[in-house]
Design a protein around this ligand. Structure first.
Ligand SMILES: [Zn+2]
Ligand SMILES: [Zn+2]
Length: 360
């Protein structure tokens, strides 16, 4: 716990106030911190956060070109599917279930690389994964990098203000961080390089991998549908990158208790199952907090989980060698009685029908 308690770089307003409660900074404080931590001229250790928002900035012109020059309803549908479903589901498959929770394993490096680069690369793995471990350990408590009680802006700008790794870790703790990322294939800095750059990822390798990834997808979209499709897809990816930053606030009830009986079985934190993130990205977040290491989060019949469909498909073709599926445990632990009741009700209905037929 001590490690996860100190693995993130604390914001200048701190995680806790003097009484140990969540420190609730004003919007001004949050924005000031945001721009301070984006300033690469003041501190080069800000490079990864800067890069992350710079990529969004680079994608913005594509969105404008799509809207004002290449707009068509066909492209709008493609952009909608790409930003909402493809990017969202990929985030769940790669950053969430694989990089953070190791819910499944690839058979070989090719399939890992394939899955990693299935969409435009925008969110740096270490920003997402390390801080997400902390989110699970300290959900809705001070220290949770996107504690919904801190408000919308507290969560929306968390990737810069609260999610980057601590810059003054000991060599031992840095080693633990490296271990958390080892299975992802992300090349990590030596301790000396980390002291220079403040990150797990090396700037040169990261920049090259983004350029290669973006070039590939630029060429692929161009060949498929010309510059119009490139603009629609790149613009949609930028739109998603901003939109996804609102999810952590909403997925934990916007700082309120929105958990519902019969839907949200986990009562340890404020996470909720929501239809939209569930359907487009497989993020049944309350279920996920119950079984974080499960490669499936949609347990009930109506809880479509496209991320799980992808993992299962890869498993069927031999690209995934191992996965965890906690659906059975979920039903045993939380739905045994209602399920039994349902079965009884079904049997009763069958008997009644039989009796009615016999009467005729
Ligand atoms: Zn959560
Ligand atoms: Zn998680």
């Amino acid at each position: 716990m001590a490690f996860l308690d100190s693995v993130l770089e604390p914001p200048s307003y701190g995680w806790r106030d003097e009484c140990g409660n969540l420190s609730e900074p004003s919007s001004n404080q949050i924005l000031k911190e945001f721009f301070k931590r984006l300033n690469i001229f003041k501190n080069k250790k800000n490079w990864l956060s800067f890069m992350s928002w710079f990529m969004v900035l680079c994608l913005a012109p594509f969105l404008f070109l799509f809207i004002f020059k290449y707009f068509s309803f066909k492209l709008l549908i493609a952009a909608f599917v790409y930003s909402m479903i493809v990017m969202g589901t990929h985030g769940t498959i790669w950053h969430h279930r694989y990089c953070t929770h190791g819910a499944y394993e690839f058979s070989n490096k090719f399939w890992r690389f394939f899955t990693q680069n299935l969409t435009l690369k925008i969110i740096p793995e270490e920003i997402y994964a390390i801080s997400h471990h902390v989110h699970h350990a300290l959900s809705d408590q001070p220290g949770d990098p996107y504690n919904a009680s801190g408000g919308f802006l507290y969560c929306f700008l968390a990737d810069v203000n609260h999610q980057p790794i601590n810059r003054s870790m000991t060599e031992k703790n840095y080693g633990k961080c490296v271990n958390l990322m080892r299975h992802t294939g992300v090349n990590t800095n030596s301790y000396a390089q980390y002291q220079k750059w403040g990150t797990l990822a090396s700037p040169v390798r990261t920049i090259i991998s983004v350029i290669l990834n973006w070039s590939f997808w630029f060429a692929a979209f161009y060949l498929l549908g010309g510059f119009g499709l490139v603009c629609a897809m790149f613009g949609a990816a930028g739109f998603w990158a901003v939109g996804v930053r609102t999810y952590n606030y909403e997925g934990h009830g916007k700082g309120e208790d929105k958990r519902r009986d019969g839907v949200d079985y986990n009562r340890e934190d404020m996470s909720i199952n929501q239809i939209w993130p569930g359907y487009v990205a497989g993020e049944w977040h309350n279920n996920h907090h119950l079984y974080p290491k499960s490669a499936r989060s949609g347990f009930k019949p109506y809880q479509l989980d496209l991320a799980w469909c992808y993992i299962k498909l890869l498993s069927m073709i031999g690209a995934v060698s191992h996965y965890r599926d906690s659906k059975k445990e979920f039903y045993q632990a939380y739905c045994a009685e209602p399920a039994a009741a349902k079965a009884t009700a079904k049997a009763y209905a069958k008997e009644t029908k039989k009796a009615l037929v016999a009467d005729l």
